[in-house]
Design a protein around this ligand. Structure first.
Ligand SMILES: Nc1ncnc2c1ncn2[C@@H]1O[C@H](COP(=O)(O)OP(=O)(O)O)[C@@H](O)[C@H]1O
Ligand SMILES: [Mg+2]
Length: 335
């Protein structure tokens, strides 16, 4: 039975991510400028026999930040430890991770804009001089102790650069933005994934999936997998364009790559707020979504397509959004 699930299923994402994640520079498709600059930093560090400088990657979810961190650790021939900002609850959590690192190892912290303030403060000195300043005891008996940690490379990832504390931002040797992918690169990614998953797919179907993938590799992979399920249920060995079209229809992914949730946000702005401007909080509560989900998942792509615009007063639906949904735009907005 072909089960329709929201394309944002988290667990499916994570297994797919690890299965399809590129391991080398050659497999890491696109983002050429970022790759070039990183290569120089890495090769220089290797020549000097030092760990790579601390690096920050920012950009939307699914564009390859985590993957980059893994590729770098591999190219350096060093291990990688990973965690996420919100899971570092106490300074002790960070201290134990840092003291257990090997020399030159990569510490990858996802969502690093969400590190607690006290933990972040401890991290600053570790990043700067590879020392931890620990406070032992309480009150008048309290003393500080300095503890050296191995020289490591910190790699941070964030979807929201603006929320990153200044002192953390200043401690990165390189800050790189990951962009949306071109259709050409997405086609390469889909073909590579189809190979790994042993899926037969024709070029027209590859192209169709690429145009519906929101310029994002993770989504390209997810659509490929869902369409493969559909083809299997239909008893087809090869994913053709027709098969892919039917599968995407069932998933309710439209020709711009919008899913029901995206269209709900657009409709909400248009139908409940007269096309906007509407503030993020009002929009979130009206659409029954978290403001963060709108900011991180829906909005970047809707803005990229030119369906919504941000103004100081809030979000506004553009004429393209009206057209896409087949809703007549109120006359006054056309002025
Ligand atoms: N440049 C790339 N080339 C090929 N596949 C990629 C690339 N970037 C991401 N992917 C695919 O997309 C998935 C999600 O990437 P990930 O690094 O987890 O994104 P992020 O950490 O930015 O959310 C990966 O598992 C991988 O399969
Ligand atoms: Mg990630």
């Amino acid at each position: 039975m072909f089960v329709k699930t929201p394309a944002t299923t988290k667990i499916e994402d994570e297994t797919l991510d690890t299965q399809l994640r590129p391991k080398t520079w050659d497999e890491y498709i696109g983002q050429d400028k970022v790759k070039q600059k990183l290569n120089i930093i890495i090769e220089a560090a290797k020549k000097r026999g030092e760990p790579v400088e601390h690096l920050l990657f920012y950009g939307n979810s699914g564009l390859g930040k985590t993957t980059l961190a893994h590729v770098i650790s591999r190219v350096m021939g060093k291990g990688i430890k990973t965690c996420s900002g919100p899971t570092l609850e106490k300074t002790g959590d960070l201290a134990s991770i840092l003291t257990n690192l090997q020399d030159g190892e990569v510490l990858f912290v996802d969502e690093c804009h969400r590190i607690q303030r006290l933990v972040a403060e401890m991290l600053y000195s570790a990043l700067e001089d590879f020392k931890l300043h620990l406070i032992l005891g309480k009150g008048p008996m309290a003393r500080t102790m300095e503890l050296a940690v191995p020289r490591f490379t910190f790699i941070g990832a964030t979807t929201r650069l603006s929320l990153l504390p200044g002192p953390l931002r200043n401690r990165f040797g390189g800050i790189f933005q990951l962009d949306f992918y071109t259709s050409e690169d997405l086609e390469k990614i889909i073909r590579r994934s189809a190979n790994i998953l042993k899926v037969a797919i024709d070029q027209d179907a590859v192209r169709l999936l690429a145009t519906r993938s929101r310029f994002t590799p993770r989504i390209a992979n997810r659509l490929l997998k869902r369409v493969r399920d559909f083809a299997t249920v239909e008893g087809s060995e090869l994913i053709t364009k027709e098969m892919a079209t039917k599968g995407l229809e069932l998933l309710e992914v439209d020709e711009s790559g919008l899913e029901p949730e995206d269209r709900k946000i657009l409709r909400c702005i248009i139908e409940r707020f007269g096309g906007g401007p509407v503030g993020i909080k009002a929009l979130a509560s009206s659409a029954a979504e978290e403001p963060e989900t709108i900011l991180d998942i829906y909005e970047p792509y809707l803005m990229q397509l030119g369906f919504i615009e941000r103004t100081p007063q809030g979000r506004v639906a553009t004429s393209l959004a009206y057209k896409h949904l087949g809703i007549a735009m109120p006359q006054r907005d056309l002025l």
